[in-house]
Design a binder for this molecule. Structure first.
Ligand code: FES
Length: 64
């Protein structure tokens, strides 16, 4: 099993790789079988949370 890895991308989302499940606030699993890489929004602007939709670039999100 591949170890799960979370990477904070500069001025962008969290990139998560490895075997994992992503569950929304209602308990629904939103990750998909066989998908090994996800990008989760950390700018707060995505219209498809918890996933990144590219809005961070439009709003010029700056990470620390
Ligand atoms: S980090 Fe990409 S839309 Fe928020």
């Amino acid at each position: 099993m591949e170890k799960t890895k979370v990477t904070c991308l500069k001025n962008g989302p969290y990139e998560i790789t490895g075997e994992l499940s992503i569950v929304d606030a209602n308990g629904k699993v939103v990750s998909k079988p066989g998908v090994a890489t996800y990008h989760l929004c950390r700018c707060g602007g995505s219209q498809n949370k918890p996933f990144c939709d590219g809005t961070h670039a439009k709003i010029h999100f700056k990470s620390e």
